[in-house]
Design a protein around this ligand. Structure first.
Ligand SMILES: [Zn+2]
Length: 121
């Protein structure tokens, strides 16, 4: 693999990792036990009482439910980025995990976290 491109993509991956982690930290906390796993923070029960409290709680649950797929998606991307960075470290970056062929450069430029060639998934 072209060293210059590899360096360029490595920087890109690092930047993406930093911004994804910053985004995730807004509504999730990193699971210390499971590396790379994130938990969406469940909103704390509200102080209000009676009907207002029930309404607030319903609002918060709705927010939480809406965030879950977003969080999951970001978590998967982050894992893919970490995997790609690990491949760079091991000198295996740019090769398909499945068939071992080189991943096309155009694909890596669009998806630097790609670990498969695109033909095999
Ligand atoms: Zn392949």
């Amino acid at each position: 693999m072209n060293k210059k491109l590899e360096k360029e993509l490595k920087e890109k991956l690092k930047q993406q990792k930093i911004s994804l982690e910053a985004e995730l930290e807004k509504f999730a906390k990193k699971d210390k036990k499971l590396g790379g796993d994130w938990d969406t923070k469940f909103p704390k029960p509200h102080e209000a009482s009676g009907g207002q409290a029930i309404e607030d709680a319903a609002d918060q649950v709705e927010k939480y439910v809406n965030l879950l797929p977003v969080e999951h998606d970001m978590e998967l991307r982050l894992q893919a980025i970490e995997k790609a960075l690990d491949k760079i470290k091991k000198g295996k970056y740019g090769k398909c995990d499945n068939c071992g062929k080189l991943i096309p450069e155009e694909r890596l430029r669009v998806y630097p976290e790609a670990v498969s060639c695109g033909k095999c998934k």
